[in-house]
Design a protein around this ligand. Structure first.
Ligand SMILES: [Zn+2]
Length: 71
């Protein structure tokens, strides 16, 4: 199931890009971003943000109870 991370899902209206969004291309009235957190592709134009392609969030790691403590 494809999902975007919470900061991406909050990218609506006139919000500024969150820190994990990388600008891929910039045109006169639109910009394309990729999120390095969830790998979503987002498009920004005069109407606001649109998620073009949902990413992979949360990441597929299932070791919350088996994490190694190397101290
Ligand atoms: Zn994201």
């Amino acid at each position: 199931m494809e999902r975007s991370c919470p900061p991406c899902q909050r990218m609506t209206a006139k919000a500024a890009p969150h820190p994990d969004l990388i600008s891929l291309s910039k045109m006169e009235n639109s910009q394309l971003f990729k999120c390095r957190c969830c790998n979503s592709y987002l498009h920004l134009d005069l109407n606001g943000w649109e998620i073009l392609s949902a990413g992979n969030y949360p990441p597929q790691t299932q070791d919350d109870s088996h994490s190694l403590r190397s101290a």
